[in-house]
Design a protein around this ligand. Structure first.
Ligand SMILES: Nc1ncnc2c1ncn2[C@@H]1O[C@H](COP(=O)(O)OP(=O)(O)O)[C@@H](O)[C@H]1O
Ligand SMILES: [Mg+2]
Length: 475
């Protein structure tokens, strides 16, 4: 053991000597940035949400997430991403700080969405190797700063390497944004911020379509309470609010069909957090009828019979945590119970104020909670445990009361019909159009892939890529 320790100490010494010769600052830029690129975000959607948070906090009325493509004209996979907003913008000096890790004008603020000063730089480098912040305040002129990892990592290594952020310079927006700016801000653009990410080497979806679909769906859920005051678009497509409890009658999917969610009374508890900060926790509950996620109500919500609500109840399965109105995490276990597949039909949201961040263990990237034992006790005391049992009983008795299943329907209208060989394998409910069937299949593939091991994910991506190439070739 002693020998092992000595070996490690020797290695440490060598490292420290080498590092000191290279860099005397607190952080070693190369390894810091390489490490931080792989930290935190479950997927690109959560990273982009950081930038949406910033735009919302800048009081933007319109936010658009714009895709840019290669000069060769292919629109299969984006090569650039931009988040454009019409918020208050930043002065040139602030642009520099916004780019820095830890640079924030709202250090430890509990009133909004940001507080750590890590969101912008972490989110951008998690997707690409180069990003530019363009910003303009009302009456000011557009300035920009670019941060290119390649000039730091593996670049001209040596002590003279320059990692200081350059001074913002007067700039013009890149060409690929011109149409989007006109479309999103028809009355002109007085102030705002545009974040452009290039060299996108860490996109989780291999096609623009996949990325767009996931952004629209997940951001619709994450910001369902905030979209009333802010218009959010993905490449011009409106993001509609989706209440994951399906109780909000103004939200999407609420009235997809006749089935409705039933609510239990919400409960509000006032909790004292760290440093005497006081905040509210609101517990919202709902349960869904057994046919809620099915197209043909007589059959189960599986395969092609799952409707558009299905991916939502599947992905947001467990207890949904929202912080200051924005969804941050979903957890499928409490200290007393674990949520199983059947529990998809019980819906719970715990909404908390950022004053209680410590008790909910909110992490720097705001997309995870790690609830303290004391807070679990408080939640149990507020009736959470009993409510889960009650909701389970409701779902169970609703299932028991369900009428016996109708025989499988197989006919579809002639002009829309699926090929015979598919029909032989699938039970296709009456009236399902090919386009709907296709969309459901893509959803199914995507949700399978997102929960799968990397090799399986690659398999699915290859499958989709091949398919997409065949379509392009035949069009
Ligand atoms: N879209 C934006 N509009 C105006 N200011 C912004 C925008 N994005 C970032 N900023 C500024 O940059 C700072 C850093 O952002 P960020 O790294 O996300 O940290 P945080 O949101 O935790 O403060 C913010 O505090 C804000 O002052
Ligand atoms: Mg932020």
């Amino acid at each position: 053991m002693a020998q092992l320790h000595a070996q490690i100490i020797a290695t440490q010494k060598q490292y420290a000597l080498r590092a000191r010769n290279q860099n005397l600052s607190l952080i070693v830029p190369e390894s810091f940035i390489r490490g931080i690129r792989h930290m935190g975000y479950r997927s690109n959607v959560e990273a982009i949400a950081e930038l949406v948070d910033n735009s919302i906090q800048a009081y933007a009325e319109t936010i658009d997430i714009v895709f840019g493509y290669d000069a060769n004209g292919s629109t299969r996979k984006p090569t650039h991403l931009a988040i454009i907003d019409d918020g208050h913008g930043m002065d040139p000096d602030m642009i520099r700080f916004a780019m820095m890790w830890g640079g924030t004008h709202r250090e430890n603020d509990r009133g909004g969405l940001g507080r750590f000063g890590y969101g912008l730089p972490c989110a951008t480098v998690s997707m690409g190797r180069c990003f530019t912040i363009y910003s303009k305040t009302s009456g000011g002129s557009l300035h920009a700063v670019t941060f290119d990892l390649d000039s730091i990592i593996g670049g001209n290594a040596g002590a003279e390497r320059d990692v200081a952020i350059p001074t913002p310079a007067l700039a013009e927006l890149p060409h690929f944004l011109h149409d989007a700016m006109r479309r999103s801000f028809p009355g002109g653009w007085q102030s705002g911020t545009v974040i452009v990410i290039e060299k996108l080497d860490r996109l989780d979806w291999s096609t623009a379509t996949g990325l767009r679909r996931n952004l629209v769906r997940q951001l619709g859920v994450a910001y369902h309470k905030l979209l009333r005051v802010t218009r959010l678009q993905v490449d011009g497509e409106q993001v509609c609010p989706i209440d994951p409890l399906f109780l909000d009658s103004d939200a999407d999917l609420y009235d997809l069909d006749e089935d409705r969610a039933s609510a239990l009374d919400p409960v509000t508890v006032r909790v004292e957090g760290d440093e005497c900060r006081v905040g509210d926790v609101v517990l919202r509950y709902a349960w869904l009828p057994p046919s809620f996620a099915a197209t043909d109500k007589a059959r189960d919500a599986i395969g092609i019979n799952a409707n558009d609500r299905f991916p939502i109840i599947k992905q947001y399965h467990g207890i949904i945590f929202s912080r200051n109105g924005r969804l941050v995490d979903v957890q499928s276990r409490t200290p007393w119970t674990i949520f199983i597949n059947n529990d998809r039909y019980i819906r719970i949201e715990i909404e908390f104020s950022a004053a209680l961040d410590e008790a909910f263990g909110v992490t720097t990237s705001k997309q995870q909670v790690s609830v303290s034992p004391e807070m679990w006790d408080r939640l149990r005391g507020a009736g959470l445990h009993k409510a889960i049992e009650h909701l389970r009983a409701k779902v169970k008795s609703a299932k028991a009361e369900r009428p016996a299943r109708a025989p499988h329907a197989v006919s579809v209208s002639a002009e829309n019909s699926l090929p015979e060989r598919f029909k032989r394998q699938l039970a296709v409910p009456r009236g399902v159009a090919v386009s709907d069937a296709l969309r459901m299949l893509l959803d199914e593939i995507e949700s399978r892939a997102s929960g799968a091991k990397p090799v399986v994910q690659t398999e699915y991506r290859e499958l989709l890529r091949g398919w997409s190439e065949r379509m392009v070739a035949s069009s």
